[in-house]
Design a protein around this ligand. Structure first.
Ligand SMILES: NCc1[nH]cc(CCC(=O)O)c1CC(=O)O
Length: 303
């Protein structure tokens, strides 16, 4: 085992982040037995501020700040992130160098251990835990009787809070639960037509440094993920530049065409609009920007 080139890989230290990173590293290792990976985990500001909604304290950038610093200072060779937690633009010199094949993209409903206990005749609202405005806005339509309560912490913490009786259900990304080996906790899959996932959901991103050779990542780099997530992120970028307002986007490739579905919410007027656009996968970025313009007009018209 001596003599293999060592590559240091940064990850957040939550169990999900580590599981996801290991999943990716194992896949790379299969193609590159000459490489040896060393995991460097760190707490990020996003994990430390748990008492307030992240939307209010500065958005997605929080989850990646410390890892960016380590990457810049060459303490790590690359970092692995959930693409949906990444800002729409990367810091100078530290681009996304690979995207993984997308996992299960849907959001799901999870009930307390043992199954759903809430009944309408209980005479109290159905308490759904989520701190995502994106999820709340879309679930309100599916569950008009529900009350939405803030829930923070990593996936395992949220499940514990659910099982302790603080909520009647919570909403999570299927991909996270599945990667944690907790797929059996999933009760209901929410179709993208009902609840549009977050841009980049279930895709893992590798962030590297400009000028380094990452050709060993070709084996996990997925063209379709660049096209679909590219359209989704271009939509979000055009609408709000990357902070975490309730904007949702999900693209799929169907018969060689790229279909992008989006949800826009105007925080000033409280109006929202949703819609789809189709086009060539090569114009992913343009599709995202065009859908953004369409939905902005649609919301302004109050249609
Ligand atoms: N914001 C937290 C986060 N970031 C990535 C995932 C799961 C994996 C993914 O969606 O890529 C989760 C948990 C969740 O939203 O339930």
């Amino acid at each position: 085992m001596e003599g293999r080139r060592v590559i240091r890989v940064g990850s957040r230290e939550s169990r999900l982040a580590v599981e996801q990173t290991m999943l990716l590293l194992r896949e790379i290792e299969e193609h590159h037995p000459e490489l040896r990976f060393e995991l460097v985990t760190m707490k990020t500001t996003g994990d430390i501020i748990l008492d307030r909604s992240l939307d209010k304290v500065g958005g997605k950038g929080l989850f990646v700040k410390e890892l960016d610093k380590a990457l810049r200072e060459k303490k790590i060779d690359f970092s692995v992130h959930s693409l949906k937690d990444m800002p729409m633009e990367q810091p100078e010199g530290m681009p996304i160098v690979a995207l993984s094949r997308r996992g299960e993209p849907r959001d799901v409903l999870v009930y307390p251990e043992g199954g759903k206990t809430w009944k309408p005749e209980d005479g109290r609202p159905f308490r759904i835990g989520t701190s995502s405005e994106r999820r709340r806005l879309q679930l309100k339509k599916l569950f008009p009787e529900a009350e939405f309560l803030l829930i923070r912490g990593n996936v395992l913490t949220r499940l514990r809070k659910l099982d302790e009786g603080g909520y009647d259900a919570i909403v999570l990304a299927a991909a996270g639960l599945i990667r944690l080996g907790l797929g059996t906790r999933i009760d209901t899959y929410l179709e993208p037509e009902q609840v549009i996932p977050a841009a980049g959901q279930a895709v893992l991103a590798v962030q590297g440094r400009t000028g380094e050779d990452y050709s060993y990542l070709d084996c996990i780099n997925d063209e379709e993920a660049w096209q679909t997530a590219g359209a989704e992120r271009s939509f979000v970028k055009k609408l709000n530049g990357g902070c975490s307002s309730p904007i949702a986007a999900y693209a799929e490739k169907k018969g060689g065409r790229l279909c992008l579905r989006g949800l826009f919410y105007d925080e000033e007027t409280g109006r929202h609009s949703a819609g789809c656009i189709q086009g060539r996968p090569e114009e992913a970025e343009k599709l995202g920007a065009d859908l953004a313009d369409m939905l902005r007009l649609k919301a302004a018209d109050g249609v």
